[in-house]
Design a protein around this ligand. Sequence first.
Ligand code: COA
Length: 261
Amino acid sequence: MSNYENILFEKKNGIATVTINRPTKLNALNRMVMRELDAVFTRIAEDSEVRVVILTGAGEKAFVAGADIGELATQTPTEGKEFSLWGQAVFNKIENLGKPVIGAINGYALGGGCELAMACTVRIASENARLGQPEVKLGILPGYGGTQRLPRLVGKGLALQLLLTGEQISGTDAFLIGLVNKVVPFAELMPTAEKMAQAMIANAPVALKFVMEAVHRGMEMPQAEGLFLEATLFGLSCTTEDMKEGTQAFLEKRPAQFKGR
Ligand code: COA
């Protein structure tokens, strides 16, 4: 099942579950974890059996408590820049996987953990979750996309407040500001993530991919260009077998059987 030291990987009914498994260090992201995350998401991208990914942390305490502070402490400026660019590339791979990634935030999601959650397509938090970007308390700033993805998710004012105070917020407060999509009791976290995954899996794979492309790329464009991109992808979706199947199934009052073509 899993060939990784710090990651558990499971595949069932189209859902890949990736669990960061370093609970004694609150699943902190050291180099090994980052290398394995990179490898597992490369493998998932190529695996057509995987339709949706659920990403979570092992144990009841932490999703990911940040980048590994022991490793950070000894970095030179040059290494720091390379480390940041590499981490950004790994998280970009998750964001642009072409398949939805549901972040199931089961506890602390601090620093790199909050950044990892934000690279996921959607986020569900348990009630015990604590989210924040405490890097300024360590004399650094977020280096895995936090200064860019947080304002895009919650707006500039709240993002700056969280980034400048380094404060932790609860799963409920994260829900109220749009940092997470849902907050649920701990016991319901994985069932809720699986239910959301199944709802996505029922839909046409290419349409899901195009939706994510339209939203991610469109957010970086002026609206007129984003609308043009949407129209182009819409036109492309009309060439798919799944479009014929989806519309025909509706007209014949039967469930659609999508093939991802
Ligand atoms: N990097 C490396 N190790 C970490 C870590 C991190 N980001 N976060 C936690 N750990 C380790 C601790 O050093 C400790 O290891 P030890 O048992 O070998 O001493 C273990 O995980 C448990 O953490 P501990 O601090 O004892 O748990 P706690 O319940 O008292 O506190 C936190 C939990 C999350 C509040 C606290 O661990 C913390 O503040 N972590 C750092 C958060 C952070 O600044 N992240 C951003 C990094 S850029």
